[in-house]
Write a protein that binds this ligand. Structure first.
Ligand code: THU
Length: 160
């Protein structure tokens, strides 16, 4: 038996304004998208903006449903739309912001496991890392240089 250690690296910025201008703009688009979330059940609003290689920005927000599992997270709403509209265009980066109507979110909120799996599919497909930035409503912003950092031991097409 041997122990296997898995390491992962994130970068944490104290504030959105510490980021490069183009990423700040992308996060502002995510914030606008968050305001359009349809989340009457959880009151938890998530917004995403995805920058593509063709300079298009795709945005998305979480869409809930009275039949709870029929709803969809913001990250998957956005990335599936990007995949559907531009199937051959690479995803450069993704900005995510999450806020709750119950209490202010002040620390970075990472994408859920199902969304990480969905993002991983596109990162593997395009064979180029996707930068991921995530935050709450305000405060620190975390950056991952690749989805792989957020999902070690990924299940992907190589095992099928
Ligand atoms: N949600 C997202 O949009 N993204 C995530 O990564 C985590 C959760 C949404 C789903 C649901 O509408 C609400 O947040 C509460 O879970």
């Amino acid at each position: 038996m041997k122990e296997v250690k898995i390491e992962s690296t994130l970068y944490v910025f104290e504030d959105l304004n510490e980021l490069p201008e183009d990423t700040i703009k992308l996060m502002h688009k995510a914030i606008e998208a968050r305001e359009k979330a349809y989340a009457p059940y959880s009151n938890f609003h998530v917004g995403v903006a995805i920058l593509l290689d063709n300079n298009e920005v795709i945005t998305g927000s979480n869409q809930e449903n009275a039949s709870y599992p029929s709803g969809l997270c913001a990250e998957r709403t956005a990335i599936y739309y990007a995949g559907a509209k531009y199937p051959n265009t690479k995803i450069i980066k993704m900005a995510i912001t999450a806020g709750s109507k119950k209490n202010k979110t002040t620390s970075p909120i990472p994408p859920c496991g199902a969304c990480r799996q969905a993002i991983a599919e596109y990162e593997v497909k395009q064979d180029t890392p996707i930068e991921i930035y995530f935050m709450g409503e305000m405060g620190k912003v975390a950056k991952s240089n690749s989805l792989a950092n957020l999902l070690p031991l990924v299940f992907d097409k190589s095992v099928l």
